[in-house]
Structure formats: structure tokens, C-alpha cells
Design a protein around this ligand. Structure first.
Ligand SMILES: [Zn+2]
Length: 145
């Protein structure tokens, strides 16, 4: 994987947090690297009823679909009120969404010793027993039990 492209994806995610929320405070964003090198970013709005809120990944995820592009990497970051930025691994629903892009999509997870440090892992490593692997004929290439 192109480390420069991954670093640019992380930088784009941080830049969105800083430009969209210049007042500081707790906010987050996500960024995805597409196969053609495009980096898409997004951040989720708050809602009166938290049960209708969506993940930061939704905007870049849907953007990749709009562009008919394969997602190769995804990162989600959360800036704490003190300014520290931690890495949020993709939630279970986002892992499910990313699965259609194959088992080798790189996802950013927090280092276990330092939650501000990214560890890139292939999706198959964060979904070791992915349920769809029992249907190999229906899986995106690369997903096998
Ligand atoms: Zn999610």
C-alpha cells in the first residue's frame, strides 16, 4: 500500500475536523482512499434524536458509490475537547458496509497502547469470522472461509 496516500488520507480527515470545526471541541470525521487515488471525506451531523445519527464514514462511503470507485482504505478520527485526536475503528455496521469492497480494504484502528496512533489492518483481520464467508459464490473476490 502507498504509505504516502494513506498519510494523505489521514491528513485530509484531520483537516476536515479542523476546517469544519475551527472552534475546537469534540468532533470527528472520516476519510476514504479510493482506488483511483481520490480521497473523500465526511462528517456526520448531530440530530435531536441520537438514534437517527449516522457514522462519519457515510458521506465518503456513498461518494465512492456515486463515483463507481473501489474503496482501498478508511479512517475515522475523533478530536477530544482537549485537542487530542483518537482513532475510531470502524463500527460493526461500517465494517459490514466496507465488506463489499473486499477483505483487503485497509481500516484504521487505534494502537492498543496509544489510541492517537493508527494501526492499519485489512478488513479481514477485524472481521475474522465474517458471516458471508459461508456463501463464497456471493462474496466479493478474496473473501473465503
Ligand atoms: Zn460506523
Amino acid at each position: 500500500m502507498d504509505q504516502t496516500a494513506l498519510a494523505s488520507t489521514v491528513a485530509a480527515c484531520k483537516a476536515l475536523i479542523d476546517t469544519r470545526f475551527p472552534e475546537g471541541g469534540e468532533n470527528g470525521a472520516a476519510a476514504m482512499l479510493l482506488k483511483d487515488g481520490t480521497i473523500l471525506t465526511g462528517t456526520a451531523p448531530d440530530a435531536f434524536n441520537p438514534s437517527v445519527e449516522v457514522c462519519h464514514e457515510i458521506e465518503p462511503y456513498c461518494g465512492a458509490h456515486r463515483l463507481d470507485q473501489h474503496i482501498v482504505a478508511s479512517v475515522c478520527l475523533h478530536r477530544e475537547s482537549g485537542g487530542r485526536t483518537v482513532v475510531l475503528s470502524p463500527c460493526g455496521v461500517c465494517r459490514e458496509r466496507l465488506a463489499v469492497h473486499g477483505p483487503d480494504v485497509l481500516v484504521a484502528v487505534a494502537d492498543r497502547e496509544d489510541s492517537t496512533t493508527i494501526v492499519w489492518k485489512p478488513l479481514k483481520h477485524v472481521l475474522p469470522d465474517y458471516w458471508m464467508t459461508v456463501f463464497p459464490d456471493e462474496m466479493a473476490s478474496g473473501w473465503t472461509a
